[in-house]
Structure formats: structure tokens, C-alpha cells
Ligand binder design. Structure first.
Ligand code: FE2
Length: 426
């Protein structure tokens, strides 16, 4: 390293979840960045820089990781109509109408807007599903173009997602494979929405076969329903175990796990411990879409996030939707998602609060299979965020402003926290 670097961050705080502990807790450090990498972390580096930022003791964290989103449907809420029942299945019906008018430009424009919204709030790694149910494959083709267009500032993984099922109509299975040939990073599926239980099981086997054949990751919408008899997670776990693919496999939603009887649920979680698959919960969506046919008591509709975490299973969190047929709200803020997990999963203990922050950072990195490049450590790519908070718990508590986003060694976004001025002396 020379005596001059591209970017020097002065007086940042690296906490227990802020990557390598190069300094005693509470003692600020300087972070030197050059050639896109973190070159040094130490108190008071004797260096000059093209750009120098004084962090004034603010907390430095690895970036947020979006484990599950649908960028192809983002920002379409109300088109062509609003979801009045609030159910998952009315959402699928509305999306089926809306997707008839999709164009490449339409999807690309909205996806880019959603990614910028997320990056501005600290997210630099995103896994998005792309609906591959229509013959045109427009969502997939658009997101693959976006993946290339944004690669210098955000990492986008694209899942080939057969929204309407693999075996529900002729051509769907072929299109899923075509999507992999076109370059999708991940094989998706939706076994609980196949026409029969047998089709659902067959779809899981097919997904694993394709992942092996094309050397891709797996991320299945799995048991996103309140039905306690929806039991495709056990099929996913069994396949991951038999094929020794656990770390490359993700089961998203798994909301039915919240409705299983305890004897079955704990047996299944024990099996999951043998093959370390990843689980993604989407608390904003699960809390609002599930339980719609219940009267009272009304289920929360979330998977067993706390119990899975206690069993050592990798759980991460996603937004799932930003203003689309399933959820008309949403701003892409992963701190809001973590906060919703805290509430919906009753994870209010100190370690539990920190775990929820980990679910939008390190755990998400494991789900996306990012490898050793993720984290605020010397030698790693310089991707990091600066929060207006003292630590992970305060970040969730105050939905802290992400004051600076450093992507690939460059300052991508800076945001000034709201300034509150009292007009009376109290
Ligand atoms: Fe989803």
C-alpha cells in the first residue's frame, strides 16, 4: 500500500457484528480503501487520500443482503387492480393479468428503480426471483440485463422462478430449463402450488436435477401456505441430504412450518440440522398474506424463525415485495424487515435482536453463497455501510439512517440523517 489511498474513512466504529475486530470495542478506527479493497484498518492511519470522510464514531457494518425479492413485479401495485382480499392467491391472479403487458423496458426500469431504492438504504447484494411462466421469458431476460448493467455497484442474483408451477401447464418445465441456459443463477420452484402433491414432489426432484446438471444454486418457494399438511420442506431437506447439497439450497417462506404440530416440526428441524440448508423468512409479507382464512385465534403465518435459529440453522430475511400485487407497501428497507421479525417472531432478547440484524447481513451472505468476500476485513472487497447508530440493536430500534454506502471501494450514496430542531425550550 502506498502512502496515499483512494478513500479514507476516519473514526469509524466496528462493533461485534461489524466484521473483524481490529480495535477494542468503542475505540474508533480508520479504514483505508484502494483498488476496490480494504487495505488497512487501524486507529489513526498515517495516510493521505483522494477522498476522506470523517465518520465521527458512527457504526460501520457489512452491507445489507436482500435474500428474497421479486424485482419483476416491484412497483406495480394497483396495476391493473388492487388486491382487495389481501391473499397470496389473489396476488398471483392479479400478477397473471399484469404480466401480459410486460415489456423489457418496463421490467428493467422498475427493477433498476427498486435496486437504487435498496442500495440507497444499504443493500448491496440482492437475490431476485424472475417469473419464467410466460413464453416470452421477459422478466428473466430483463433481470439478466439489469444484473449486467448494475454489476459495478450492486450484486444481483437471478432465480428462475416458475410462478405458476412446473407441471401445471405444457411448456413450463421446458421454460425453466431454458432460463438456466440463458444464465439464471439459481433454480426456483413452487411445489405447494403444483396441482397435486405428487406433482409437487416431482417438481422438487426436477429442481435438484437441474441444479446439478447446470451447476446452479436452488431457492424454492416452499410451503408458503397455512396448510399444516403442506410438507414439501421435508422433500427439499431429504434431497439436500441425499445429494449433499445443503449449503447451496434455500427454502423460502416455509410458513406452513409455523402450523405443523410440534412433534413433526422438531423432527423435521432435526433433519435440517444434518444438511445445512438455508431458510428465508419474509416477515412483512408472511404476516400480511398468511392467516387470511383464520378467524381467531389468528396465526402469525411466519415460519419458526426463533427455533430454527436456536437449532443453528441459517435463517435470513427478505422484503419479498416492494409495492406489488401482494403488498402495496414496502420501501425496500431491510431494517424494517428485521424489526418486523423481532416483533412477529418474538425475538426481543438481546442476543435475539442481534441475531435479527445478522439475518439481514452475514446470514444473507451465506444464503446467497457469497463466499469469503463479504465482511469488513483487510483484503476483502470494500463494500460497507455507515449507520447513524451505535450498534445493531440501535440500528433496528431507530431504523437508523444509512449515512454512507461504499460499494466496490467507491462512495455510492451519502444521506444526511434528519435534523430535529426544537422550537421551544422544554
Ligand atoms: Fe417470493
Amino acid at each position: 500500500m502506498t502512502d496515499s489511498v483512494a478513500l479514507l474513512l476516519r473514526r469509524g466504529a466496528l462493533g461485534p457484528r461489524g466484521g473483524q475486530r481490529a480495535n477494542p470495542p468503542g475505540e474508533p478506527v480508520d479504514i483505508a480503501i484502494a483498488d476496490g479493497k480494504i487495505q488497512a484498518i487501524a486507529p489513526q492511519l498515517d495516510l493521505t487520500a483522494e477522498t476522506e470522510l470523517d465518520l465521527a464514531g458512527k457504526w460501520v457494518s457489512p452491507p445489507f443482503v436482500e435474500s428474497h425479492i421479486h424485482l419483476d413485479s416491484a412497483l406495480t401495485a394497483g396495476q391493473p387492480r388492487w388486491n382487495q382480499s389481501g391473499t397470496l392467491f389473489e396476488g398471483i391472479d392479479i400478477w397473471r393479468e399484469r404480466k401480459q403487458s410486460l415489456t423489457l423496458e418496463d421490467v428493467k426500469t422498475r427493477a433498476l428503480a427498486a435496486l437504487k431504492l435498496q442500495a440507497s438504504q444499504g443493500t448491496l447484494f440482492v437475490r431476485s426471483h424472475a417469473d419464467v411462466s410466460e413464453p416470452s421469458l421477459i422478466p428473466l431476460k430483463a433481470l439478466l440485463e439489469v444484473r449486467e448493467a448494475v454489476k459495478d455497484w450492486i450484486t444481483l442474483q437471478v432465480v428462475a422462478f416458475p410462478q405458476d408451477g412446473i407441471y401445471s401447464a405444457p411448456g413450463h418445465a421446458e421454460r425453466l430449463e431454458e432460463a438456466l441456459k440463458l444464465g439464471a443463477d439459481v433454480v426456483g420452484g413452487i411445489p405447494h402450488y403444483e396441482l397435486t402433491r405428487e406433482d409437487g414432489v416431482r417438481s422438487v426432484h426436477r429442481i435438484f436435477d437441474l441444479a446439478e446438471q447446470y451447476d446452479r444454486l436452488i431457492d424454492i418457494h416452499c410451503d408458503e401456505i397455512d396448510d399444516d399438511q403442506s410438507r414439501f420442506l421435508e422433500v427439499v431437506v431429504a434431497e439436500a441430504l441425499r445429494r449433499q447439497m445443503g449449503e447451496r439450497v434455500t427454502a423460502s417462506h416455509t410458513t406452513a412450518l409455523g402450523s405443523y404440530n410440534n412433534a413433526y416440526a422438531f423432527k423435521l428441524m432435526g433433519f435440517m440440522g444434518r444438511s445445512p440448508i438455508n431458510i428465508v423468512a419474509n416477515p412483512l409479507i408472511n404476516l400480511t398474506l398468511q392467516g387470511r382464512t383464520d378467524t381467531y385465534p389468528k396465526r402469525r403465518g411466519l415460519t419458526r424463525v426463533k427455533e430454527l435459529w436456536q437449532q443453528g440453522i441459517n435463517v435470513s430475511l427478505g422484503n419479498d415485495c416492494i409495492q406489488d400485487p401482494w403488498y402495496s407497501l414496502g420501501s425496500g428497507n431491510l431494517l424494517e424487515v428485521a424489526s418486523m421479525a423481532v416483533h412477529g417472531c418474538q425475538m426481543t432478547g438481546r442476543d435475539e435482536l442481534r441475531a435479527c440484524y445478522q439475518m439481514i447481513t452475514e446470514n444473507g451472505a451465506r444464503t446467497l453463497h457469497l463466499g469469503h468476500d463479504y465482511g469488513v476485513e483487510v483484503g476483502k472487497p470494500a463494500n460497507l455501510i455507515v449507520l447513524d447508530a451505535a450498534d445493531a440493536i440501535a440500528a433496528i430500534q431507530y431504523r437508523a439512517t444509512v449515512c454512507a454506502v461504499i460499494a466496490r471501494g467507491k462512495l455510492l450514496v451519502s444521506t444526511t440523517p434528519p435534523q430535529i430542531t426544537w422550537q421551544q425550550s422544554l
